[in-house]
Design a protein around this ligand. Structure first.
Ligand SMILES: Cc1ncc(COP(=O)(O)O)c(C=O)c1O
Length: 315
């Protein structure tokens, strides 16, 4: 997906031009992947643009940074205000907002402490992640030969750049073999997650997802789906998922900020159910998009209005 530039990027408290948001090649982050980040969606609602679960995403950013002993020199309130201002300044309606905290240019060597912490935040327009038809028709995926990080190697609960080297291996293998995405197993051979998505399956009317002990990112969409199931009185639980449960599930879907709720059509060329989007997946999608689109009241306070008139869209 090619990048559609926006005008301004937030850097350490100031707005700079998109093209000026550059880091030196000898910055710590380039050699050692010392960055944590977030991916947040701003939805176009009938009441104007609104950011989905902004504070929850920013809290995860602070958690990711804390795990890596990175001190963010801003408060959550300051980053929250900056995110909203960023969307306004770029006159966006729907977009993807990406805050990045990185170790910049300072000293060479693995020790990150002497390198300054830099905070950037960019936004741009982003459509569906796994293809235009994915939300309706579903995607064909494989189980990856790459395992997700084992516990006590790289922390899965931190959304760190380093974890995405593992994600890249999973995604590339899937692509070269003709699949849209790969599902990684954890170090014990149980289902973990996609390269950029959490995974859910539906079995006998119950919605099941993997526990955090299976090396998964604590997804904000994952948490939202659990809440929606509770709202809709759909039984939902976390459990360790053996690989073969994927092949006999009635429905399987990915969740993520980018992927939203994407049904899986087949796994390792075995059809999921009948190969069409299942009824519970559709029900959860409908509820999710009604809330994010503002056509249903925001009963969980998940949306933070940005405050730009719809007519001000730059698109
Ligand atoms: C590896 C991984 N798992 C899960 C997710 C889903 O998380 P969220 O719903 O917070 O976007 C993402 C996306 O951020 C991800 O990259």
């Amino acid at each position: 997906m090619s990048i559609k530039k926006t005008e301004r990027i937030w850097h350490n408290g100031k707005f700079i031009n998109w093209d000026d948001a550059q880091v030196h090649v000898i910055s710590h982050v380039i050699s050692y992947a010392s960055a944590v980040f977030e991916g947040i969606r701003c939805y176009q609602t009938k009441q104007g643009p609104a950011i989905f679960r902004l504070r929850d995403h920013l809290q995860r950013l602070f958690n990711s940074a804390r795990i890596y002993r990175m001190e963010i020199p801003y408060t959550l309130d300051e980053l929250s205000a900056a995110s909203l201002e960023l969307v306004r300044v770029n006159k966006m309606n729907a977009c993807y907002v990406k805050p990045i905290v990185l170790r910049g240019y300072g000293e060479v060597g693995v020790n990150p402490f002497p390198c300054p912490i830099e905070v950037y935040m960019a936004c741009w327009e982003w459509g569906s992640y796994l293809g235009a038809e994915a939300l309706e028709k579903g995607v064909d995926v494989c189980v990856s030969s790459w395992t997700r990080m084992a516990p006590n190697t790289l922390p899965a609960m931190s959304k760190s750049a380093a974890n995405y080297m593992n994600s890249q291996l999973i995604r590339m293998e899937a692509i070269v073999n003709g699949y849209a995405e790969g599902i990684a197993l954890d170090v014990n051979g149980y289902v973990s997650e996609g390269s950029g998505e959490n995974i859910f399956l539906v079995q006998d009317g119950a919605v099941i997802t993997t526990p955090l002990t299976s090396s998964v990112l604590p997804g904000i969409t994952r948490r939202s789906i659990v809440s929606l199931c509770e709202d809709l009185s759909i039984p939902v639980r976390e459990q360790v998922i053996p690989r073969e449960m994927l092949y006999i599930a009635d429905e399987v879907f990915f969740t993520g900020t980018a992927a939203e709720i994407t049904p899986l059509r087949s796994i390792d060329r075995i059809l999921v159910g009948s190969g069409a989007r299942g009824p519970l997946t559709k029900k959860l999608q409908d509820e999710f998009f009604a809330l994010t689109g503002g056509s249903k009241p925001d009963r969980h306070n998940w949306l933070t209005p940005v405050g730009v008139p719809i007519a001000a869209s730059s698109r």
